[in-house]
Design a protein around this ligand. Structure first.
Ligand SMILES: Cc1ncc(COP(=O)(O)O)c(C=O)c1O
Length: 441
């Protein structure tokens, strides 16, 4: 698994256990992505059977990178100073004092009703989604939302249409349900609706607000045609709206679910990008007819999210703290994004990027006089700057993707302006040095 810094540091993030397993694998087939999958693994005299998904090298940032002097422009990472610690501590204490039996009783597996109501109330004005609280199921971030919908809707051998390139966490997940993945091209208007399978699919996974990783926003015209396709073919659409809280230009685009009049869209939102993935809090919004079945699946999975965090978050939203917090970090990320763009322009001239109007990272389309993305990544890593390619940036590239070789992904949300400047200076110095040595593209 490539870590946050790419090939040069790839092996450091493997746990010793996985490394040990790797040495003793008996390979017997390839998965959808061309990775080798062992059928059986022997360790310490034991035979372990591993499911294919357990063998994937899932990209996660290297937690120790800053300690080791690496300046990582990793994607989707928060500024550790951004967490609203004071308010959270105050609400946490107050909630604990008044908890009573709520900590010792089983609760509704779909989640705390006050929180689900608060989420339902926010989604109308912010995303154009008008729903009842019963349609909201609290989950452990988008990833559990994806799992829950897969469990709810998929059978072995079903077809899943998915963006190409796609979010790795989704692609590997659907593969693990033994489905047939059909990659669908992405261009600068988002997913190419004309390339969707004519016969439909069991499910389509899409990130329409800020395509992961390229950052494109699905146009309104395509949204409407996509919904029409989903309705005609009987396909459920899973809308992963992971980072749309951060839209810097234009007014927010209505979510697909807000435009859907046929109940075929399932919406997934998360607090990972606004408060932090450490909370593991997200939510699924399902059409009314799926509310009961989704709740049943959630019960089988884990009987629901912890009460305490849900109660604190619910109070944080109700007291207006969440809206203020979002406003503050949105402003801070907008400034960081602008600074990154300025630095890129200063060192590399006219800079073509996508995805800058929303989210926590940009996709930089490398000009022809710069090396290929994997080469640039290695050169930057040698100067202790972590930048990411489609291969190392938690992306699944199914092949035939136009962006693979000449796209660099740069996250800006966790770094201050000085760090961003140092990072871009490091990339520029690496490029200058390679030009002096005759260049290596
Ligand atoms: C496109 C996309 N979806 C989902 C997630 C996972 O979010 P969560 O922490 O809510 O599981 C990420 C994480 O970066 C992401 O980039």
């Amino acid at each position: 698994m490539p870590d946050g810094t790419g090939v040069a540091r790839e092996r450091r993030v493997l746990t010793p256990r996985v490394e040990r397993l790797e040495r003793v694998e008996c390979v017997d087939r390839q998965d959808t992505f061309g990775d080798r999958i062992p059928n059986r693994v022997f360790e310490s005299g034991q035979m372990l059977r591993l499911a294919p998904e357990a063998r994937h090298r899932v990209c996660v940032p290297d937690q120790d990178d800053q300690l080791e002097g690496l300046l990582a422009l990793w994607l989707g990472r928060l500024d550790p100073h951004s967490f609203p610690l004071k308010a959270w501590r105050r609400l946490l204490n107050r909630t604990l004092v008044t908890a009573g039996a709520r900590l010792t009783e089983y609760r509704d597996p779909a989640g705390l009703v006050e929180l689900r109501r608060a989420i339902a109330d926010r989604l109308g004005p912010t995303r154009g989604i008008k729903i009842e609280p019963e349609q909201v199921i609290m989950v452990a971030g988008c990833q559990e939302g994806l799992n829950l919908t897969a469990r709810l809707l998929l059978r072995e051998g079903d077809t899943v249409a998915i963006e190409n390139p796609a979010y790795q966490g989704a692609a590997y997940l659907y593969e693990s349900y033994h489905t047939r993945l059909v990659p669908v091209r992405v261009d600068d208007c988002g997913l190419s609706v004309d390339d969707l399978p004519k016969e439909g699919a069991a499910l389509l996974y899409i990130t329409p607000s800020h395509q992961y990783p390229m950052g494109y926003t699905l146009t309104l015209e395509r949204r409407l045609r996509l919904l029409d396709w989903a309705w005609r073919t009987g396909t459920y659409v899973v809308e992963d709206d992971y980072d749309s809280d951060f839209r810097y230009r234009d007014s927010p685009v209505a979510a697909l679910m807000g435009l859907d009049s046929h109940d075929c869209v399932i919406y997934i939102g998360t607090f990972s990008k606004s408060l932090g993935p450490g909370l593991r809090l997200g939510y699924l919004v399902v059409p009314r007819h799926l509310a009961g079945p989704a709740r049943a699946v959630k019960t089988l999975l884990d009987n629901g999210r912890p009460w305490l965090e849900q109660a604190v978050l619910s109070s944080f939203i109700a007291t207006g703290g969440y809206t203020n917090h979002l406003r503050r970090i949105r402003q801070s990320y907008a400034e960081r994004r602008e600074h990154l763009m300025e630095c890129l322009r200063r060192h590399f001239g006219e800079t073509k990027v996508s995805g800058a109007e929303c989210g926590m990272h940009i996709a930089w389309h490398l000009p022809q006089d710069l090396p290929r993305a994997p080469v640039l990544q290695t050169m930057a890593a040698e100067r202790d700057v972590g930048i990411y390619t489609l291969r190392s940036g938690a992306v699944c590239d199914f092949g035939g993707c136009a962006y693979s070789e000449r796209t660099i992904l740069l996250g800006f949300s966790s770094l201050n302006e000085r760090q961003i400047r140092r990072g871009v200076e490091g990339i520029a110095a690496a490029v200058d040095a390679s030009h002096c040595c005759g260049g290596n593209v």
